[in-house]
Design a binder for this molecule. Structure first.
Ligand code: HEM
Length: 220
């Protein structure tokens, strides 16, 4: 019970900042394909029911296992930190692809793929070849947050899917649990995110003063 409260709390706090990081292209442009203009209305005419489909499947998935909401939020984070929010995290090993799923921070840890598959199948049935996998992950992260009692945020859509994955970059860009605060700041800076983003996205309950004074080295 306590751990599910912590997870829900983390989702709630972190999701406030998703709009400023994973959601808005201007904030860290590296996450979005050049020349692709994102819009919350991207599927307004081609798949207006997309969000409804995502929400209806997630309602069932969360009723079955509450943790899945947290896992899907993390899936978006792990997708976006490796060559942008391009669904590269979904790709399995092939002759050409070395899957990010086997990167150290992901192996036996990242989860939610079955639910994403289920959502994507339903989206394909309703609107064939329309909604990208990258948008499916982003929509699932938002719906998970909202269904867990967190806030709704406007989500620009129109991400394109990558045909390649980058396991090396996943190992390089996804922060390990033993990273110092200084290294965490560097990991986030690499994505165009600042210290405020780091604190908010980490869903920490600590305030800035505490966070930035318990460290061994002064921060610049
Ligand atoms: C700041 C650097 C971060 C580090 C070092 C970190 C590390 C970790 C680790 C080690 C786990 C446990 C994984 C496991 O048990 O297999 C975890 C879980 C989780 N992380 Fe992070 N994380 C970070 C930032 C974030 C961010 C930015 C988000 C989302 C906005 C996030 C969302 C989550 C969630 C929701 C879980 C629970 C997932 C589940 O239960 O399936 N984390 N994180």
């Amino acid at each position: 019970m306590a751990s599910s409260k912590i997870i829900l709390g983390a989702i709630f706090v972190a999701s406030f900042y998703l709009s400023a990081s994973f959601a808005f292209p201007g904030h860290h442009e590296g996450a979005y394909p050049v020349g692709n203009s994102l819009s919350p209305d991207y599927y307004k005419f081609t798949c207006p029911q997309a969000d409804e489909i995502v929400v209806s499947i997630l309602k069932k998935a969360i009723a079955k296992e509450q943790r899945i909401a947290a896992s899907l939020l993390r899936l978006l984070f792990h997708d976006c930190f490796v060559q942008g929010c391009d669904a590269s995290v979904l790709l399995d090993d092939t002759e050409e692809v070395v899957s990010e799923k086997n990167a150290i921070p992901n192996k036996n840890s990242i989860r939610g793929f079955e639910v994403i598959d289920e959502i994507k199948t339903a989206l394909e049935e309703a609107c064939p070849h329309t909604v990208s996998c990258a948008d499916t992950i982003a929509l699932a992260a938002r719906a998970s947050t909202v269904l867990s009692g967190g806030p709704y945020w406007e989500l620009p859509l129109g991400r394109r899917d990558s045909k390649t994955a980058n396991m090396k970059l996943a190992n390089k860009n996804l922060p390990p649990p033993n990273a110092t605060l200084h290294r965490l700041i560097k990991f986030f800076q690499r994505q165009g995110l600042d210290k405020v983003d780091l604190v908010a996205l980490s869903g920490t309950v600590l305030d800035y003063w505490h966070i930035f004074n318990v460290q061994d080295k002064p921060l610049t």
